[in-house]
Write a protein that binds this ligand. Structure first.
Ligand code: NAD
Ligand code: ZN
Ligand code: ZN
Length: 348
């Protein structure tokens, strides 16, 4: 089968031919219908050799932590109602399934995964950018039903991650409030829709790219601003001087984290989702009183079901640009160059 793999440190991923894997006991083999391209893949491929191996990434690594497929073969001893031919989405943050967090469906916060070497597909285990993929346990598979896999595969991360981030701030986002979204790419453009669907907040979206701001308006942002030195002042103006009740930073670089900090209102939530290498210096008076800074990771299994339900209800959708597996390397080039509107999805 063809697979899009990261094969050498610092080099672009390559399409290679490898054997179709067989599901071991407890595992499920999917025929992949779609795999989404995330900026985090770029982050992993940008790690220097020492950090890459210290963080236990294997080489070669089949990319793709957003996956959807058709159940192709079920391994021995799989205890599930799953049937060959079922259309499924892959819940990516795999955990041990036994710890307290896993028991509540929050496998993204599994307390045993690191010690037991349990890694998400495409981020340690072999991922979805291939014709077939192994899923370690049937509980990681969520029925897609009538949702189109190509249009919806990215909800497994670009939907689930902002959903988890936003859901915790909903008590602060009633009518008359303001939410700021920084970075309106893959995650951000879905985040705007989730805010509009679930909260009463006026949404102010920022990006450095005019086309991304056009997309932000298209998906429902109330105000769009270029993310530059003047942005904080404009946000103050829009919010009547009070600042934003919640800020979601889908970039996480120094300038965006400084912006997030400076526009946070009293008792607000500042949520840093992007892993752009930024840091935030906090001291008394450097952020509004009682503002809380959070750094969430991905989302829970039940939240993925909720996100898919939102899509089914027509309340959120992903802007998708599709690529064949052979064009996978080009998808990453286009992502790095800021040419993707919404999310790039590989269709094998
Ligand atoms: P993306 O490339 O699709 O979108 C990023 C957007 O940010 C682009 O539109 C870009 O133009 C914009 N941008 C860049 N610099 C900016 C700036 N200074 N101000 C405003 N906007 C700016 O990326 P994505 O796939 O949506 O991922 C977003 C970030 O979230 C990445 O850092 C990714 O690694 C991270 N991520 C984190 C989690 C998590 O669980 N915490 C999960 C998925 C992705
Ligand atoms: Zn991701
Ligand atoms: Zn666990």
């Amino acid at each position: 089968m063809k697979a899009l793999r990261y094969v050498a440190i610092g080099q672009a991923p390559e399409v290679v031919d490898i054997p179709i894997p067989s599901p071991g006991p407890g595992q499920v083999l999917l025929k992949v219908t779609a795999g989404g391209v995330c900026h985090s893949d770029d982050y992993v491929m940008s790690l220097p050799e020492k950090d890459y191996f210290e963080q236990s990434y294997p080489l070669p690594l089949t990319l793709g932590h957003e996956g959807a497929g058709i159940v192709h073969e079920i391994g021995e001893g799989v205890d599930s109602t799953l049937r060959v031919g079922d259309a499924v989405a892959v819940y990516g943050p795999w955990g041990c399934g036994r710890c307290h967090n896993c028991s509540t469906g929050q496998e993204n916060y599994c307390t045993n995964a690191a010690a037991e070497g349990i890694r998400p597909p495409g981020l340690g285990s072999q991922g979805s950018m291939a014709e077939y993929m192994i899923v370690d346990n049937a509980r990681h598979l969520v029925p897609l039903g009538d949702l189109d896999p190509v249009q919806n595969v990215s909800l497994t991360d670009a939907g689930l991650t902002p959903y988890h981030a936003i859901k915790r701030s909903l008590p602060k986002l009633g009518a008359g409030t303001f939410a700021v979204v920084i970075g309106t790419g893959g995650l951000g453009h879905v985040g705007i829709q989730i805010l509009k669907a679930l909260s009463g907040a006026t949404v102010i979206a920022l990006d450095v790219n005019d086309e991304k701001l056009e997309l932000a308006t298209h998906v429902g942002a109330d105000h769009v601003l270029i993310s530059d030195g003047a942005a904080a002042g404009k946000i103050r103006e829009i919010t009547g001087g009070l600042g934003a009740d919640a800020v979601f930073d889908f970039v996480g670089a120094n300038p965006t984290m400084a912006l997030a900090q400076s526009v946070a209102a009293l008792d607000s939530d500042v949520t840093i989702v992007g892993i752009g290498g930024g840091t935030m210096a906090l001291s008394f008076g450097s952020i509004a009183f009682d503002a809380a800074v959070r750094m969430p990771y991905w989302g829970s299994r039940s939240e993925l079901i909720e996100v898919l339900d939102l899509a089914r209800a027509g309340k959120i959708s992903v802007e998708v640009e599709t690529y064949g597996l052979d064009d996978g390397p080009k998808a990453y080039e286009d992502l790095a160059a800021g040419r993707i509107r919404g999310r790039a999805v590989i269709v094998p």
